[in-house]
Structure formats: structure tokens, C-alpha cells
Design a protein around this ligand. Structure first.
Ligand code: ZN
Length: 70
């Protein structure tokens, strides 16, 4: 399936992930999540902040949490 062509390998890899994504969406009956701002949006109030370092602090609700747990 893969060969020495970087372009070909890229196309194969993209189509494979789209197939997996469509199977998962079909089986779980869910909608795909738009990844935009998911690492910046507060999980409590939904406000978009600019996180710094490993800690996340929300200016809206005061939530302080490890960014890995956001
Ligand atoms: Zn918040």
C-alpha cells in the first residue's frame, strides 16, 4: 500500500483516517468534533482563554486545572 513516493504515502494515510473516522461516526452515532479551540476553551463555562504552560486558568469562572485534564 505504501511506497517510496511521499505524496502517494500521504494520500494513502489521509484516506485511511477518513475511513476510520466515518466507521466510528457510523457505529457510535455521533458527530465529529471540530478541533478548533478545544485546547483553549474552558470546560466549565466555555470561555476561550490563552493558556500558558502546563496550567490552565480561566478568566471567566476562575477554573484552575492541569491542561492535560481540561
Ligand atoms: Zn471558565
Amino acid at each position: 500500500m505504501f511506497n517510496s513516493s511521499k505524496r502517494h504515502n500521504g494520500e494513502v494515510a489521509k484516506s485511511h483516517w477518513k475511513t476510520i473516522q466515518s466507521f466510528m461516526a457510523y457505529k457510535s452515532k455521533t458527530m465529529p468534533l471540530n478541533p478548533k479551540n478545544t485546547s483553549k476553551r474552558c470546560s466549565r463555562c466555555g470561555m476561550i482563554n490563552a493558556p500558558k504552560g502546563a496550567k490552565y486558568e480561566c478568566r471567566g469562572c476562575g477554573l484552575r486545572i492541569d491542561r492535560q485534564l481540561l
